[in-house]
Design a protein around this ligand. Structure first.
Ligand code: ATP
Length: 234
């Protein structure tokens, strides 16, 4: 498989505080990578830096062979990078369909449309004309993933979809994500639930204090080994 994303010696900070430190990581076309690690390990900052929502303080991000380290976020979207941010960040006064259509204005050519998103997330079809701000957490999360899909991404960066959702909503969102992955989508998925992360991903990458401490195919590691890396015991 060809490398789609190549992160090399990346640093990112919040003020003086380092959040991502000298981090290198490669994601191949068609791969599903679970990014795990304790609170504050730097996962969100890493995704945001790759998406252009946070500046890199050093190192490079290469996407499909091009150095995009300094590129504006919206120009990364048109190249095929889409972030599903922590906290969803929908337009609360727009409907589900309007949230999707706004994202679609930046779309690359591709298969995703309002209709195909509603097919992939059937729970959205009956509420497509409801205001996003009035929806449940699970419905909002599905809308947020759908919004990212509307840009026809080549790489989907998904930050903690489970956060604050009822278990049944998590199951529903993951059912759709699993189908996307089975369909060949390239995904980096931040997930606190290790078992769930390992059940959907091909590879698991664990971060600790801004660094990668484990990067291995899911089939070659036990849950206990990942837990040890998670707590810095590896
Ligand atoms: P979580 O699961 O809690 O989101 P994370 O692994 O995604 O954790 P980050 O949110 O990237 O980690 O945080 C990495 C470090 O940067 C932490 O020490 C955190 O306190 C700090 N940090 C994150 N966001 C900010 C911010 N906006 N301002 C200052 N420090 C921040």
């Amino acid at each position: 498989m060809a490398d789609l994303l190549h992160i090399s010696h990346l640093d990112a900070r919040h003020g003086l505080l380092p959040a991502v430190r000298d981090l290198s990581l490669t994601v191949s076309d068609g791969e599903a990578v679970a990014l795990v690690g304790a609170n504050g390990a730097g996962k969100s900052t890493l995704l945001r830096t790759v998406a252009g929502a946070h500046p890199a303080a050093g190192g490079t991000v290469t996407f499909d062979g091009d150095d995009i380290t300094g590129l504006a976020a919206h120009r990364r979207v048109t190249r095929g990078l889409a972030l599903v941010p922590e906290g969803r960040k929908l337009f609360p006064d727009l409907t589900v369909e309007e949230n999707l259509l706004v994202a679609g204005r930046r779309a690359r050519p591709g298969p995703w449309s309002v209709d195909t998103v509603l097919d992939a997330f059937p729970l959205l079809r009956p509420i497509r004309h409801k205001r996003a701000g009035s929806l449940s957490g699970g419905q909002q999360q599905a809308t947020s993933i759908g919004r990212a899909l509307m840009t026809n991404p080549r790489l989907l960066l998904v930050d903690e979809v489970s956060l604050g959702l009822a278990p049944v909503a998590v199951d529903s969102v993951y059912e759709s994500l699993t189908a996307l992955i089975a369909d060949g989508a390239t995904v980096v998925l931040v997930e606190q639930d290790l078992s769930r992360a390992m059940s959907v991903a091909d590879r698991v990458v664990c971060m600790l204090e801004g660094r990668v401490v484990l990067d291995t195919p899911v089939g070659e590691v036990t849950r206990d080994q990942v837990t040890d890396a998670y707590f810095g015991l590896g």
